[in-house]
Design a protein around this ligand. Structure first.
Ligand SMILES: [Zn+2]
Length: 400
């Protein structure tokens, strides 16, 4: 890969541009900018204090720490450790405290609240219903509890002056054999808070083609689905997800970079699969911080999102697991602004891309873009005009 020098010069020219028009967004503007999130795991985004309280309330005794701050640090360090066992252990604790109706309602409500507080206006949050049955809940009860929580969180956010809409994606686990059952569940609740379906879990040894009956069922039902593919595994995983399974979006899909050659002179050649992904506007649910933790990229500046954005792939920015990656949508954008010199225009491009790729109906997506996202960015982008007015007024006579 020889894309780095090109990325740097792109960032430099962008920085020159922003210096004259003051468009480099501050952390405050990044937070206030309307953002769209397509790839976020419910069991990867709990507040550490909530994990501690739910463990106490539900009698879960396996937490490694019972102090909220120490537990938050433990989650980050375990996820950063490079050990798959420790990384997976983090989810055994969050899933472990999400086994009752009340716990699911609370976690979902806080998820919607936290995202809204961070400036997210639309989110699709995923979870695997089959992982929440240990204490006797049925699959339907799990879905209804999470839906109730999302509605409660949307309501609380509104009271705090934030507007957010949250849709659920039902995930089936790659290593399990319940994918058709979960796909049917997603279909049953499709107009009742669930907007689509997903397959997650270890890619190695569990190709998505094992779940073809679930995908074929969803296609016959005209329903939507995304597949975790091309995160740790390379192009064959992406190819299978698209050409065998028919995924609408790629969960991660970051390894599509393996099918793109960047030459010394900066010219770029796309392979057949990368061309297909770009030509068909297949959305890539990119998760920069998560990818750094799993070793898919060495630094934000080296993350393929810079090149994919430049080549106009349908790239989107996502959090994956906010607790384990100690991140938020604003943090993801702060890192990208620093690495690539992105402006509010770039943020708007990613947000519109994500909204176009959402699983809600077309007219609602369009209304979110035209009535929420674009006006939000226009407001932020116009602020510099008035700041300039404020800083020059009083220092010299007006020109009358
Ligand atoms: Zn994920």
């Amino acid at each position: 890969m020889t894309s780095r020098s090109t990325e740097k010069s792109a960032a430099a020219s962008s920085a020159t541009h922003t210096a004259t028009v003051s468009k480099t967004p501050s952390p405050d503007r990044i937070r206030r900018a309307p953002k769209v999130l397509l790839h976020d795991h419910l069991d990867g985004g709990l507040r550490p204090g909530t994990v501690v309280e739910l463990a106490r309330e539900t009698g879960y005794g396996d937490l490694p720490e019972t102090d909220a701050d120490l537990l938050g640090t433990w989650f980050r360090q375990a996820a950063d450790s490079g050990s798959l066992e420790r990384y997976l252990e983090t989810f055994s604790h969050t899933v472990g405290v999400m086994q009752t109706r009340d716990a699911l309602v609370r976690v979902a409500a806080e998820c919607a609240e936290d995202l809204a507080e961070d400036g997210v206006v639309y989110a699709e949050v995923r979870y695997a219903p089959e992982q929440h049955l240990e204490k006797g809940l049925t699959l339907e009860e799990v879905v209804e509890a999470v839906n109730e929580g999302f509605r409660e969180g949307e309501r609380r956010a509104r009271e705090n002056g934030h507007r957010i809409r949250v849709g659920a994606l039902l995930t089936a686990m790659r290593h399990a054999a319940r994918s058709l059952e979960i796909a049917e569940l997603a279909n049953r609740y499709r107009d009742l808070g669930v907007v689509g379906f997903d397959i997650a879990g270890a890619e190695a040894g569990y190709p998505p083609t094992r779940h073809l009956d679930a995908f074929e069922y969803l296609k016959r039902e005209n329903n939507h689905f995304t597949i975790h593919a091309g995160e740790a595994f390379g192009l064959p995983s992406i190819w299978q997800a698209l050409q065998w399974c028919g995924a609408d979006r790629l969960g991660h899909g970051v390894r599509i970079i393996d099918d793109i050659q960047v030459h010394e002179d900066g010219s770029v050649k796309l392979g057949r699969l990368a061309s297909y992904v770009r030509d068909k506007r297949i959305p890539l649910e990119l998760c920069p911080s998560s990818n750094l933790q799993t070793g898919a990229a060495d630094s934000y500046a080296d993350h393929p999102i810079g090149l994919l954005r430049r080549l106009h792939f349908r790239a989107t920015v996502n959090t994956d697991n906010r607790l384990m990656s100690h991140t938020s949508m604003s943090r993801e954008f702060e890192h990208l602004v620093e690495a690539f010199g992105y402006t509010l225009d770039d943020m708007q491009w990613f947000s519109v891309n994500a909204m176009k790729s959402a699983f809600i109906p077309f007219d609602e997506r369009l209304a979110m873009i035209n009535d929420v996202i674009k006006p939000g960015y226009a407001e932020l982008k116009s602020e510099w005009l008035f700041q300039q007015t404020a800083s020059t007024s009083g220092s010299s006579e007006s020109e009358g």
